[in-house]
Design a protein around this ligand. Structure first.
Ligand code: AMP
Ligand code: GLY
Length: 426
């Protein structure tokens, strides 16, 4: 089979490495991939958001299955277009992807179908939003841009001035473009966060092993929000009791709600959950694999990923086995110093082979290749993942491998997995 994976980050590299374990696959292409992914796939210079370019490429190369991984092409309807062109594609349709691309849609869906989430209101101008915030007088308050904003469209405002600044930036200065035409003002929730990625064919939903992201830039959950600085799995807060409640109160009701709305979801549905005093609540949905969660979840997947993707596409997930290794995984992200703000790129990366010799997997995110050398090319540069019998062992192994790698100004958090280990008393 010839496969095409759309996207070019660490998450896509993890998908490609997993797919490659299947002997039925002869070629894997990545559009656009990156200079590091090129070790595992044939990278083609077609942008992930170039719908017509991807469809044409898939036709020309007789692609048997295309997996569309990032949010933008899904929201733009790439899967719909591929399917119309007769190409089997993994990922939700554009109407189903709206569960991520419009927070207003997602919040209204949860309200209508009684799926637990933070209380909220929607506004289309700064004045009425501020009036509401002042009337409530409860801080912190959470302000969210409606649309896609690279994971940066959420502000936790500690007081009135901060809330006003956030609303101005999003709605008047339009720092996220049209994503800021509407904002959500929502109740601040507290508790540990749990990421659950799931496979669903619109009828059956199979949760993957639960994971924990580390969104803030610095140790101790300090500093600005990033795309994610590391992840561990399994997430110790996701006990069998929590899992059962999630399935009953959140996962299945969401799948059914999407069907009721005439937007059946087929693909990977991601639940960003917060475990509050009142039980698990939805913080956000993503219509895709999470990054960096995928870099710990897929290495633990025992079942063949291509088989599962085909079962999802064909609507036979109920008959498909989905098994995970009974191990722990830790992924440490190596980022460019300064990320998520300003940083340098084009810096040579060394020690990659030594890291893999330590038994870790290295996933390439912001990397390019020039004259045979790998150089930094983004904020999040690499993900270093290790598996072990226990979480402390996985954490230690991941850091040992990460220590082999060097580029100027490299930054990583030193405490990935700490909160999870404390919860387990390890
Ligand atoms: P989101 O992009 O919606 O996942 O939000 C990014 C991050 O902001 C989440 O992972 C949470 O850490 C935080 N966050 C979002 N909504 C809330 C909320 N209602 N209460 C507390 N924290 C929140
Ligand atoms: N790690 C969160 C996300 O992928 O959006």
């Amino acid at each position: 089979m010839n496969l095409l994976v759309v996207g070019g980050g660490g998450r896509e590299h993890a998908v490609i490495k997993k797919l490659k374990e299947n002997p039925r696959i002869s070629k894997i292409y990545a559009a656009p991939g990156n200079g590091g992914i090129a070790q595992d796939a044939i990278c083609v210079p077609v942008k992930a958001t170039d719908i017509e370019g991807v469809v044409k490429f898939a036709r020309d190369k007789k692609i048997d299955l295309a997996a569309v991984i990032p949010d933008d092409p899904l929201a733009m309807g790439m899967v719909d277009r591929l399917q119309k062109a007769g190409i089997r594609a993994f990922g939700p349709s554009a109407p189903a992807a709206e569960i991520e691309s419009s927070k207003v849609f997602a919040k209204n869906l949860m309200k209508k179908y009684h799926i637990p989430t933070a209380d909220y209101d929607v506004f289309d101008n700064v004045e009425s939003a501020m009036e509401h915030i002042r009337a409530k007088g409860k801080y912190p308050v959470v302000v969210k841009a409606d649309g896609l904003a690279l994971g940066k469209g959420v502000v936790i405002a500690e007081n009135e001035v901060a809330a006003q600044d956030a609303l101005h930036a999003i709605m008047n200065d339009k720092i996220f473009g049209a994503s800021g035409d509407h904002v959500i003002v929502e109740e601040f929730l507290q508790g540990p966060e749990i990421s659950v990625l799931s496979f669903t064919d619109g009828e059956t939903l199979v949760p993957m092993v639960a994971s924990m992201d580390h969104k803030r830039a610095y140790d101790g959950d300090q500093g600005p929000n990033t795309g994610g600085m590391g992840a561990v799995a399994p997430n110790p807060y996701y006990t069998p009791e929590v899992a059962e409640r999630c399935m009953k109160e959140i996962f299945l009701p969401t799948v059914q709600a999407m069907n009721q709305e005439g937007r059946p979801f087929r693909g990977c549905l991601y639940f960003g959950l917060m475990l509050t005093d009142q039980g698990p609540k939805v913080i956000e949905y993503n219509c895709r694999f999470g990054d960096p969660e995928t870099q710990v979840v897929l290495p633990l997947l025992k079942t063949d990923l291509l088989d599962i993707m085909e079962a999802v596409i064909d609507g036979r997930l109920a008959e498909q086995k989905v098994e995970f290794l009974p191990q722990a995984a830790c992924c440490v992200i190596l980022a460019s110093g300064g990320y998520p703000k300003n940083y340098y790129t084009g810096l040579p990366i060394t020690g990659l082979n030594q890291a893999e010799e330590q038994g870790a997997a290295v996933y390439y995110a912001g990397v390019k290749e020039e004259e045979g050398k790998l150089l930094t090319a983004g904020g999040r540069v690499l993900g270093v993942t290790a598996l072990a019998e226990t979480l402390p062992q996985a954490v230690e192994k991941a850091y040992q491998a990460a220590e082999q790698i060097h580029f100027d100004n490299m930054h990583c958090r030193k405490d990935i997995g700490r909160r999870a280990m404390e919860q387990r008393g390890e």
